[in-house]
Design a protein. Structure first.
Length: 181
């Protein structure tokens, strides 16, 4: 990735981490666990999903992208998808069902533990992005919805995914019945 791409990806990862932290700061137990309906996710559920997904997607990135051989002939299949990480993935107008293994099941006793788990996984993603010399624009892997993505786009996807679920947290908090404390 170019120096500008690296800077851009690091900033997106850091900015979405900060937005998530701001959305979950100082919540009471009632606020963490509020659901607008039984089938809807709480802030705690969103946080758990984000923590599990960040680590899972980065493992997929390592296994499928970094371990792959450079395939410059795939560049056309990924062309234009950088922008989708800002214009499509974070937008909540289309609901997407999380895979079973990434759904919240109360893996952590306290939501703060899920926050710490997310932050630890995000730190790994940021460190990699800051230090890697891999030719990410020549390494590719298939995403279940977005299809062919290059390695750089996978890093942008990590940030976009957390932006999407931070927006979901904000939706929960905007509900008329969300507890004041």
């Amino acid at each position: 990735m170019s120096p500008d791409e690296r800077k851009h990806a690091v900033r997106y990862l850091e900015d979405t981490r900060q937005a998530f932290l701001e959305s979950t700061s100082g919540l009471s137990d009632a606020q963490w666990n509020f659901r607008e309906a039984p089938e809807r996710w709480s802030v705690a559920d969103c946080t758990e999903h984000m923590a599990v997904s960040e680590a899972f997607v980065f493992r997929i990135f390592q296994r499928d992208v970094l371990a792959s051989m450079p395939r410059p002939e795939m560049k056309e299949a990924a062309r234009g998808k950088d922008e989708l990480m800002f214009s499509l993935v974070p937008v909540r107008s289309r609901r997407v069902q999380a895979p079973e293994h990434l759904r919240p099941v109360r893996r952590w006793r306290h939501p703060a533990d899920a926050v710490r788990q997310f932050l630890g996984a995000r730190d790994v993603s940021i460190h990699f992005t800051k230090t890697s010399d891999a030719d990410l624009r020549s390494l590719f892997a298939e995403h279940p919805f977005l299809k062919t993505l290059d390695g750089y786009q996978w890093l942008l996807f990590l940030a976009a995914h957390s932006a999407r679920h931070t927006a979901q947290i904000r939706e929960v908090q905007a509900h008329a019945d969300f507890p004041a404390r």
